[in-house]
Design a protein around this ligand. Structure first.
Ligand code: PAF
Length: 326
C-alpha cells in the first residue's frame, strides 16, 4: 500500500511540475484598443490570438484589453514605446504625431473606395510606411482597418459642407483631419475617443465622425440621431508592438506575430465590409435618420486647401506616389 501511495505521490508531483513548467513557458501578450469587445478591432484581435496560439503551440496567449481600458490611442502608443503594454490596434489618427510620414493617409477623399485603400496599403507604399514606423521606436506588425468615416450629429441633416457650418465636431488628434474640418467651417474639437460618448451626452460637442463599425458598436446611436454617409476620409488602422517585447523575441517568434497580425487584419477588414452595409440597416432600426444623398463634390471642393496644408509641411512625394500608385 505504501509503495502504491508513494507511486501516486510521485506521479502527481511530476504532473504538477509539468503544469508549472508549461505555465512558466507560456507568455501573455497584452493588447489594447479603444473600441468595444464586439467591434471590428476585437474580431481582428480574436483572429490574431487564435493564430498566434496555434503557431506557437500555446506558448503565447493574448489578453485583450478593449474599450480604452488602457487609455486612448495616443497614450497607448506611448505605452508601447516604454514597454508598459505589448501591442495595440490603433487608427492612424494619432500616429502622425509619432510618424509624420503617415499623415498622408489621413487626407480627405484620398482613397476612392476600400479596394483602392487596401491595394495601396498592401503594396510597396504601405510597406515603405510600415518601415517608417519602425524608425520611430515602434514595431509595425500589419496594416489593418478602421474604415471610411461618416458624420453624425443630432441637429441637422448634413448633405453639403454648408450644412455642417458652425457645428462643434469632435475629431481625432490628427492635424490633417483638423485642417479639413476647418476648411468646412466646422469647429474641430480634438479629443481622445474614450472621452467622446460623455462629451456627446453632455453637449460639449455637437457631433463626431467615425466609421459605421464604430458608430454601431460604441452605441453612438444612443446619443446622436442623424448619420450622414459622407465617407469623407478613409481611416486606416495598424497593429503595433512594443520594441521592448520585440527585443525579447526570437526570429521565429517574430514571424509568428507578423503572420498572426495579418490574419487579424484580414478578419477586421471582412468585418468592416460586412458592417458597411448591414450596419447602416441596423442603425436605421435603432432609430437613426440616415442621410444618403451627400453632395460629395462640394465636400471635395471645400477640403481641397487641406492638401496644400499637407504639401507645404511634408512635400508632395508620398502623395504623388499614392495618386500614381507607384
Ligand atoms: O475616432 C477615433 O478616435 C477612432 O476612429 C477610434 C474609434 C478610436 C478607432 O480607432
Amino acid at each position: 500500500r505504501s509503495a502504491l501511495s508513494a507511486a501516486i505521490a510521485g506521479a502527481s508531483t511530476l504532473a504538477l511540475a509539468t503544469v508549472s513548467l508549461n505555465a512558466q513557458a507560456q507568455q501573455t501578450i497584452t493588447i489594447g484598443h479603444t473600441t468595444s469587445d464586439n467591434s471590428h478591432y476585437s474580431v481582428g484581435v480574436d483572429a490574431f490570438a487564435e493564430k498566434l496560439e496555434e503557431l506557437s503551440d500555446g506558448a503565447f496567449v493574448v489578453d485583450e484589453q478593449p474599450s480604452g481600458a488602457l487609455g486612448g490611442e495616443r497614450d497607448m502608443i506611448e505605452g508601447l514605446q516604454i514597454g508598459t503594454l505589448d501591442a495595440v490596434v490603433t487608427s492612424t489618427g494619432p500616429l502622425g504625431n509619432f510618424v509624420p510620414e503617415t499623415y498622408v493617409l489621413d487626407l480627405p477623399f484620398l482613397f476612392e473606395d476600400y479596394d483602392h485603400a487596401r491595394c495601396i496599403l498592401d503594396g510597396e507604399i504601405g510597406q515603405d510606411l510600415l518601415d517608417k514606423v519602425e524608425e520611430n521606436d515602434l514595431v509595425s506588425l500589419a496594416w489593418t482597418e478602421n474604415g471610411f468615416r461618416h458624420m453624425t450629429n443630432s441637429d441637422r441633416d448634413i448633405k453639403t459642407p454648408e450644412d455642417a457650418e458652425g457645428l462643434k465636431i469632435r475629431t481625432m488628434e490628427n492635424e490633417m483631419h483638423m485642417a479639413a474640418f476647418e476648411e468646412m467651417d466646422v469647429q474641430p474639437t480634438p479629443m481622445a475617443f474614450p472621452e467622446l460618448f460623455t462629451a456627446l451626452q453632455q453637449g460639449t460637442v455637437d457631433g463626431q465622425e467615425n466609421p459605421i463599425s464604430v458608430i454601431l458598436t460604441s452605441n453612438m446611436w444612443e446619443v446622436q440621431d442623424r448619420l450622414s454617409l459622407t465617407g469623407h476620409v478613409y481611416s486606416p488602422a495598424i497593429m503595433l508592438a512594443s520594441p521592448v517585447l520585440w527585443d525579447e523575441l526570437s526570429e521565429e517568434e517574430r514571424e509568428w506575430f507578423t503572420e498572426a497580425a495579418r490574419a487579424g487584419a484580414e478578419a477586421t477588414r471582412a468585418e468592416v465590409s460586412r458592417l458597411e452595409t448591414e450596419g447602416v440597416e441596423e442603425l436605421k432600426e435603432k432609430g437613426m435618420t440616415v442621410v444618403e444623398d451627400i453632395d460629395k463634390s462640394r465636400f471635395q471642393e471645400a477640403v481641397e486647401p487641406s492638401y496644400t496644408t499637407y504639401t507645404d509641411e511634408y512635400g508632395s512625394e508620398m502623395l504623388d506616389r499614392i495618386r500614381n500608385n507607384d
